[in-house]
Structures are given as structure tokens and as C-alpha cells.
Design a protein around this ligand. Structure first.
Ligand code: MLT
Length: 258
């Protein structure tokens, strides 16, 4: 299904019936990453997954896709679907967007479930990496995508889950270059939302992976627990949905039932 946001066609999927759950994918991902979770929870929930602008089947809308703008797109989707309140589940960049969403529309979120993500902003060093990545995407998009997705998984997983990782890469090769660069700039410019997370008065959960090369599990866990978040750390790298799927699905299901 699609709806319009600032003249761009935004794609989403909808399945099941029951309380609303909104699924927010990460960078270089799309609604397809959620298929195993949709199968697990759609018997008891209305499950909506969005393709963020410039990813999946959605068109880009601007040069910088700020986390705030992406949260506004999620809000527009709730309105489009006549949903007043929902549980938000966000993976990595989708987690940054979940935090931007509760910053703007706290009363619309019933519960948040964060996966492989953090509330802190990019360090100066990471901002420079984002700028170099923007350059690389423009010059050699396939090389960049292949390297980025390859680096997210731990070494053992690269062979073991080659098919799933290749699927992700092949899908991301079809995304418009301006969509990828706009998301990189948006992540680079995002603010620290630890305070926002801390003040969110409703249930909040975070799943981290021990060997995640993007999100430091120990530091992030400490910070999140101080913010009143229920944290679980599992084995594997950044792509828990692929690398440790059963643990991720069990975590989300018990958080939904909690
Ligand atoms: C993601 O998986 O969404 C990104 O790798 C997160 C990031 O680069 O900060």
C-alpha cells in the first residue's frame, strides 16, 4: 500500500488484527526485514511496516532525511491508518526514529521496543565517517552497500547467513542514491535523545548484541538501564534479525505480552 508524504509515494504493509504495532526498519533495510516478526505476531496485532523515504519502495523527499522528519512520516502513516496509539518497534536507524517520534508525539506511543540501537548522537569521528560514506555512495554505490552490510554481521555470520545478507545487499542496490545519502546525513545530524528516552513514562525495552560493531553493547546497556529501559543482551552482531532470529523474536514477543 502507499500514501503521499510531501508528494513522495511512501510504501507500507499492513497485516493482522488487534492492537497496533508499527515496525521501523534500519538503514539500507526495508519492510522485508520484518517478515519473520510479522508471521510471529500478526495473529494478535495489527502490524504495519513502513519503507522510509528513499529506501525499499518509498521515494526520497529531501536532501537530508532527519530523524525528526522520518518520525513525522510515521505520524502521517498513523493518521492515514486511523490509529490513535501504537507500540513502536525500531531496528537501529528505526530506533533513532522511534526516539524522535516519542520526542514529538509521546502520547501516541504505548510502548517502545528498540533493537540494536542507541539514544546517543554520533561522535565527531562518526560524523566524519558519515561524510566519507556520502562521498563513497555517490562514487561507488555497490561497493559501499556491500561493505556496509558485510561489516554489520560478525565474521562467523558472514558465511552462515550469506543468503540473507546477499538478499539485503541486492535489495539495497535498487535504492536511489539520494535516499541513501539523505539517511546518512540524517543519522549524522541526529541529537542525543537519552533524556527523551529517560522521560518516556511507558514500558521501554532494548535488545543489544554482544559483538555488535555499530552499537557498543556494554556502554549502551548501562545508559539505557539508567534511563529505566529493560535491556537484554544476546550473542551476534548488528543484524540480530538475521544472526540471532529466535532470540530476537522471543524478546519482542515477551515485550509485547509484558
Ligand atoms: C542501521 O543499521 O540502521 C545503521 O547502521 C545505524 C547507524 O549507522 O548508526
Amino acid at each position: 500500500m502507499t500514501f503521499k508524504y510531501q508528494n513522495a509515494n511512501i510504501h507500507y504493509t499492513k497485516s493482522g488484527t488487534g492492537p497496533a504495532v508499527i515496525l521501523l526498519h534500519g538503514f539500507l533495510e526495508s519492510t522485508t526485514m520484518w517478515e519473520p516478526l510479522v508471521s510471529r505476531i500478526a495473529d494478535k496485532h495489527t502490524v504495519i511496516a513502513i519503507d522510509f523515504p528513499g529506501m525499499g519502495k518509498s521515494e526520497p523527499v529531501a536532501e537530508v532525511h532527519t530523524m525528526t522528519m522520518m518520525a513525522e512520516v510515521v505520524h502521517a502513516l498513523l493518521q492515514e491508518s486511523n490509529i490513535d496509539k501504537a507500540t513502536l518497534i525500531g531496528h537501529s536507524m528505526g530506533g533513532y526514529i522511534t526516539l524522535a517520534f516519542i520526542d514529538l508525539f509521546e502520547d501516541k506511543a504505548e510502548k517502545i521496543i528498540l533493537l540494536n540501537t542507541t539514544s546517543i548522537a554520533d561522535s565527531e569521528e562518526r560524523k566524519s565517517v558519515r561524510n566519507r560514506s556520502v562521498q563513497l555512495v555517490r562514487e561507488r554505490p555497490k561497493a559501499y552497500i556491500s561493505m556496509a552490510i558485510g561489516n554489520w554481521a560478525v565474521e562467523d555470520s558472514r558465511e552462515k547467513f550469506k543468503e540473507d545478507l546477499d538478499f539485503l545487499k541486492n535489495q539495497a542496490y535498487t535504492f536511489p542514491i539520494e535516499g541513501i545519502t539523505a539517511a546518512l546525513r540524517g543519522m549524522r545530524d541526529r541529537k542525543d535523545r537519552t533524556e527523551v528516552l529517560s522521560k518516556f513514562p511507558k514500558p521501554k525495552y532494548l535488545l543489544l548484541a554482544e559483538d555488535d560493531p555499530i552499537i557498543d553493547a556494554k556502554e549502551t546497556s548501562k545508559l539505557a538501564q539508567q534511563a529505566g529501559v529493560k535491556v537484554k543482551i544476546i550473542s551476534g552482531g548488528h543484524m540480530s534479525m538475521i544472526e540471532n532470529q529466535t532470540a530476537l523474536l522471543d524478546f519482542v514477543q515477551s515485550a509485547l505480552e509484558d
